[in-house]
Structures are given as C-alpha cells and as structure tokens.
Design a protein around this ligand. Structure first.
Ligand SMILES: CC(C)(COP(=O)(O)OP(=O)(O)OC[C@H]1O[C@@H](n2cnc3c(N)ncnc32)[C@H](O)[C@@H]1OP(=O)(O)O)[C@@H](O)C(=O)NCCC(=O)NCCS
Length: 186
C-alpha cells in the first residue's frame, strides 16, 4: 500500500529502512510520552513486525514509512490498525522525526491515511489516543477536526507514575462533510 500526498510518500517499510528507522526510533523525543527508548534489538524487532504485517490476510495493520517526496529515507511512521471489527473501528497513530516537527507532516500523513481508510476500507469510525500531556499530538487531532471523546484516567504507567490519555474520534459521515468543506493539507 502506498499513498502520495502533496509533500509526502507514504509507503511500506522494508529491511533496507533499518538504519533510518533505528536512527529515529533510538531518539528520546520519539518516546517521551509513550515508553522507554528501545534498545537497538527492539527496534529491529519492531521493524520486523511492520514487515510481517504486510503479509497478513486480511490485513488489519498498516505501518507506513513517512518519506519526503520524491523519494527518501523513512522520516516518520503512520499507523492504521483495526480495533473492533464489528463496528468497523480503526485506530490511527503517528510519529515524525524530531528534526521535521512543526511542518504539518503528521497532519498531512494522517489526513491522507484517514481519507484512504474511509474510502477504501469503508471504516465507520477512526480513533486516536495520546498521553494527556502530549500537546503536539493533541494538536494534530484537533487539526484533523477529530472529536475529543474523553480523557481516560490513569490508563498509562510511564516514568514511574500513572498518566491519563485522551481519546479522539472521527466518524464516516463527519469525514464526508469535512472533505467537501476543506482542502486536503499539503
Ligand atoms: C506528535 C507529532 C507526530 C507531531 O508531528 P508534527 O509533524 O510536528 O505535527 P504537525 O506539524 O502536523 O502539527 C503539530 C502541531 O502541534 C503544535 N505543537 C507542537 N508542540 C506543541 C506543544 N508543546 N504545545 C502545544 N502545541 C504544540 C504545533 O505548533 C502544530 O500545530 P500548528 O500547526 O497549529 O502550529 C510529533 O511531535 C512526534 O512525532 N512526537 C513523538 C511521537 C509521538 O508522541 N507520537 C504520538 C503518539 S500518540
């Protein structure tokens, strides 16, 4: 699966991405609100998992490399995974290399994969979760015009303490209206 957006190429990961993937994955800023910085062997395992998911039938998890057009190294990850089959609910997640923060790349990648999910996978509802202190991620959800469904209390254990997280969502009918009103980002 691949998507071309105005500034980005979202494509499948391959083993050749390991150096660029590890360079990103080994950075503290990539994990501040999620977990400890992974050891190199763990990054190898994560990338291997991404590649294995490409063979799943039916496919229920897409982890795509975010690259700058026309072609380039992986500079981010956009993830789309099935949460709850019965209600056609999928989850979207994102990470961008810290050197590229603030250029709207997370929003652009997310906008296009959400649009693809509604059009091609016929999903009903897309959700996104983030640590309650992750202001940049909250802002991405707001810029996608997702609805804040709630604040989940103490659902994460991080840095030796319990942390809250937000859950945001967008529904297929809401997306249809928004895509008629708004220009895609890029
Ligand atoms: C969250 C993340 C993907 C955002 O990537 P990005 O490409 O910088 O995102 P965008 O440029 O599309 O939007 C970021 C928005 O957050 C805002 N922002 C950034 N840091 C902020 C902060 N500390 N407080 C408030 N807003 C902040 C930016 O100003 C921007 O909003 P704007 O366009 O209105 O100015 C990036 O910070 C990241 O990879 N973080 C580490 C991984 C992670 O936490 N992923 C999310 C897991 S839920």
């Amino acid at each position: 699966m691949e998507l071309i957006t105005p500034r980005l190429h979202l494509r499948e990961f391959s083993v050749d991405d390991l150096p660029a993937f590890r360079e990103m994955d080994g950075r503290l800023e990539m994990h501040t609100y999620e977990r400890e910085v992974p050891a190199e062997a763990e990054s190898v395992k994560v990338l291997d998992g991404f590649i294995k998911h490409q063979l799943d039938v039916p496919r229920t998890c897409y982890e795509l490399a975010v690259t700058l057009r026309p072609r380039g190294n992986a500079r981010g990850i956009i993830k789309l995974s099935r949460q709850w089959e019965a209600i056609r609910e999928w989850e979207v997640g994102w990470a961008v290399h810290p050197e590229l923060w603030g250029h709207g790349y997370a929003r652009e990648a997310a906008w296009h994969i959400i649009n693809w999910a509604f059009q091609e996978l016929k999903v009903h509802r897309i959700v996104a979760f983030c640590h309650a202190d992750n202001a940049a991620s909250v802002r991405v959800m707001e810029k996608l015009e997702m609805h804040q469904d709630g604040r989940l209390r103490e659902t994460r254990w991080l840095g030796g303490k319990w942390c809250d997280e937000y859950v945001f969502s967008i529904l297929e009918n809401e997306w249809r209206v928004k895509t008629q009103e708004l220009d895609p980002p890029g």
